[in-house]
Unconditional design. Structure first.
Length: 97
């Protein structure tokens, strides 16, 4: 399996509960290693009408998501699928550190 290097940890394995942070949160690598609790709150499109699954997850920041907006994270597939239907692609979230 090919694994891309992360901005924070290179090729070091950080597990699957990981995320890339938007530029403001990433703050020039200051967020590396921080943990965020993330919960799905709703849909962003008409594709999947009820994408959320119960509960919240905790992810570790390992990379920058340059295309992410102010309240966005790019979650690993494993992390995303724990809180939402993967077919949704994007969801609304609440998060805190």
């Amino acid at each position: 399996m090919y694994r891309a290097a992360s901005s924070c940890y290179g090729f070091q394995d950080q597990g699957v509960m990981i995320a890339a942070a938007n530029p403001a949160i990433f703050n020039n690598r200051a967020a590396c290693g921080r943990r965020y609790r993330i919960r799905c709150t709703g849909r962003t499109n008409l594709g999947v009408l009820q994408p959320c699954r119960n509960g919240e997850i905790t992810v570790r920041i390992v990379d920058l998501c340059p295309g992410c907006g102010a309240n966005q994270f790019d979650l690993s597939q494993e992390a995303f699928s724990m809180i939402a239907d993967p077919n949704a692609g994007r969801i609304q979230i609440d998060y805190n550190q």
